[in-house]
Write a protein that binds this ligand. Sequence first.
Ligand SMILES: [Zn+2]
Length: 108
Amino acid sequence: MTKSNWKQKLIELKNELEALDGEAADARSTVELDQSRVGRLSRMDALQGQAMNNAIAARRRHKLVAIEAALDRLNEDEFGYCVMCGDEIALKRLELDPTVAVCSSCSA
Ligand SMILES: [Zn+2]
């Protein structure tokens, strides 16, 4: 993997997440519309669904921040090195999740 490969991979990941976030926003507004005409139980279901959607959206935003940070590290030529100990991060680990910022021993 070259630096530009990683960059491309990260940008693809980011675009995917941003597309999903747009869909989720649509789903959230649909729930709000439905609430005015459904019963109490369905409203609770809707609220639960909404809370779940919000949690997913929060995780997604968190992931986007991690992607931005990884892109920053790429620009600074620090990508692939653990931010805690400076050791190289195992390639397998990066392939699994290119946003990881610490090596396996530091994350343990
Ligand atoms: Zn480390």
